[in-house]
Design a protein around this ligand. Structure first.
Ligand SMILES: [Fe+2]
Length: 222
């Protein structure tokens, strides 16, 4: 051990170390299996409208948007109010703002399908998933460390199976009726699906708007 390292060791031994953790990346997990029957009914109806045969390279089916379907009012209200609450509790000033859906659709991933790492831009603030069918050996949902500075100078991890400050990503095992929320700036992906039966989930994205829009003065002229 060099002299400098010996001095650091001595300082650490003789000093109470205080650690200030900041800039966290929260991921919210909520179990709500009670929404499954209603969401499945709408989801299956929209999936049936997808007549395309499965692609060999990308074996996944996706529906169109259905957040405006009135049969899902209770579900969309819960997802929307949870998104608002998350942003409010994170410290954002939300009192004069509302959240609204930009997208809500079903993904049906068959064996070997996966979803590559991406973020949802174009105004999304909160993104999430709701798991409708989860056979054994399903894809896992993965969230990726957004700190670009860390990515540039990263070191190998001691054990990638442990979630530590050095982790580059974190995965969660999907569960029937599980909802997952995160900020839209957190990139996500899905690992390859290993079951003969497909995994099905809702993917939803929400944006933030002013509760009352203020007309531009120029628009009032004449
Ligand atoms: Fe996504």
């Amino acid at each position: 051990m060099c002299k400098a390292a010996e001095q650091v060791k001595e300082v650490v031994q003789n000093t109470q170390l205080q650690i200030a953790y900041h800039f966290p990346c929260p991921i919210y997990l909520i179990e709500r299996p009670d929404f499954l029957p209603q969401v499945n009914e709408v989801s299956e109806e929209f999936l049936k409208q997808q007549q395309q045969t499965l692609d060999e390279i990308y074996p996944v089916k996706m529906t169109g948007n259905y957040f405006a379907d009135p049969r899902l009012d209770k579900f969309t209200e819960f997802v929307g109010s949870t998104a608002w609450n998350i942003l409010n509790e994170q410290g954002y000033f939300m009192q004069d703002k509302v959240v609204s859906f930009t997208e809500m659709w079903t993904q049906e991933h068959h064996k070997h399908s996966a979803m590559e790492q991406h973020v949802h831009g174009y105004g999304s603030q909160i993104v999430g998933f709701y798991f409708l069918e989860v056979p054994e050996n399903s894809s896992r949902v993965v969230f990726h460390d957004p700190r670009m500075g860390k990515a540039q100078i990263d070191l190998p991890e001691t054990d990638v199976n442990q979630a530590t400050i050095a982790s580059k990503m974190i995965n969660f095992e999907p569960k029937l009726g599980l909802m997952v929320f995160s900020n839209a700036w957190l990139a996500h992906s899905f690992t390859r699906h290993a079951s003969e039966k497909p995994i099905k989930f809702v993917h939803f994205n929400l944006t933030v708007q002013m509760a009352q829009t203020v007309a531009c003065p120029a628009a009032e002229v004449i």
